[in-house]
Design a protein around this ligand. Structure first.
Ligand code: NAD
Ligand code: ZN
Ligand code: ZN
Length: 373
């Protein structure tokens, strides 16, 4: 029986309030409105940003909510005016939109879009199509992939190859694309250069992969978890450094190892002190340091002179990819074996075990857990 135009009841992991585990609930998912698409989520990765919102006191995105922004699924129905999607299409929801028409979309200087979900944070409730126990449940980042069904705007959705395995390519909806793009598109790592990547979760390992793809001759992987060493080498790192093994600041260690600093560094840990270390590990005259780790409630600092002499400090959102057009190409690159995806997946669990997936990530036991619906 067709579900088109009807409310769908399904399971979702609801985060009722900050710093409390999510609970699995029966929620109602309304039909898509104009220029919206409802999809059946098939699989979703669990990213540190989901954890950050719930447990690390990120900026208020509104509770109760359904987290999850690294999913892949199949279109169930489309709202009025939708022309690019039809039921049955394989799709990846996007936490950064690409309307293709706004001033930002028309510029090649950015992957931001004025229609992005987070631009209009005041109207989170009116934009949600989820309810549970009579309450509106906010759709985190406009994606909410920790649910069996979700509704997304068509500007924040992309169609991918019919033959793509959804339980793998879901990771291209955030972590892998972010780290890989941060190295290639934002840092613009050059052949023969020396790089350092701080923080070796999925985002950092993807940054290592990006540095290698760009032809870096030395890639120093930095993490306080010694167990990340072998994985980093598998992704292309030439050296592994654990800051805990040294008494002196890690930037001094890297300066000495490289005779004056790395050409490029990427911070993928989400810690403002590490951001400073990453900047100060680069060569004073021309080093480029990219902030990828997500922090929205603390300041980052350095001495102005550390920039004056020639360093550049940048940030990268979703790896600089223009989302709608780039994600299908990244999916093809994976299927053509040009980029790794399977190697990031260390655990597969059902949606019901979403809190366990957070534990695995935060204790450093997993790289990525994929939740299958
Ligand atoms: P993760 O938790 O899987 O990995 C983080 C890694 O950092 C871990 O291996 C941890 O041991 C390491 N780490 C922690 N403290 C460190 C320190 N002091 N020095 C060195 N390493 C340290 O996280 P992830 O899912 O890979 O995400 C990484 C960061 O990227 C998070 O902050 C996340 O919110 C952010 N993120 C940003 C974007 C973006 O668009 N900019 C997108 C996705 C994720
Ligand atoms: Zn993410
Ligand atoms: Zn736009």
């Amino acid at each position: 029986m067709s579900t088109t135009g009807k409310v769908i009841k399904c399971k979702a992991a609801v985060a009722w309030e900050p710093k409390k585990p999510m609970t699995i609930e029966d929620i109602e998912v309304a039909p898509p409105q104009a220029h919206e698409v409802r999809l059946k989520v098939v699989a979703t990765g669990v990213c540190h940003s989901d954890y950050y919102i719930l447990y690390e006191g990120g900026k208020e995105h509104g509770f109760p909510c359904v987290l999850g922004h690294e999913g892949a699924g199949i279109v169930e129905s489309t709202g009025p005016g939708v022309t690019r999607f039809k039921p049955g299409d394989k799709v990846i929801p996007l936490f950064v939109s690409q309307c293709g028409e706004c001033q930002l979309c028309l510029s090649d200087k950015t992957n931001q879009c004025v229609k992005n979900w987070t631009v209009d944070e005041k109207n989170m409730e009116s934009k949600s199509r989820f309810t549970c126990k009579g309450k509106v449940i906010i759709q985190f980042m406009g994606t909410s992939t920790f649910s069996e069904y979700t509704v997304v705007r068509e500007v924040a959705l992309t169609k991918i190859s019919d033959s793509a395995p959804l339980d793998k390519v879901c990771l291209l909806g955030c972590g892998i694309s972010t780290g890989y793009g941060a190295a290639i598109n934002t840092a613009k790592v050059q052949p023969g250069s020396t790089c350092a990547v701080f923080g070796l979760g999925a985002v950092g390992l993807a940054a290592v992969m990006g540095c290698q793809a760009a032809g870096a001759s030395r890639i120093i992987a930095v993490d306080i978890n010694k167990d990340k060493s072998s994985k980093a080498k598998e992704f292309g790192a030439t050296d592994f450094v654990n800051p805990k093994d040294y008494k002196k600041p890690i930037q001094e260690v890297l300066m000495e190892m490289t005779d004056g600093g790395v050409d490029f560094s990427l911070e993928c840990a989400g810690n403002v002190d590490v951001m400073r270390c990453a900047l100060e590990s680069t060569r004073r005259a021309w080093g480029v340091s990219v902030i990828v780790g997500w922090v929205d409630v603390k300041d980052v600092s350095t001495k102005p002179v550390d920039l004056i002499c020639g360093r550049t400090w940048k940030g990268s959102y979703f790896g600089g990819w223009k989302s709608v057009q780039s994600v299908p190409k990244l999916v093809s690159d994976y299927m053509d074996k040009k980029i790794k995806v399977d190697e990031f997946i260390t655990h597969t669990l059902p949606l019901e075990k979403v809190n366990e997936a957070f534990d695995l990530m935060i204790t450093g036991k997993s790289i990525r857990t994929v939740l299958k619906m």
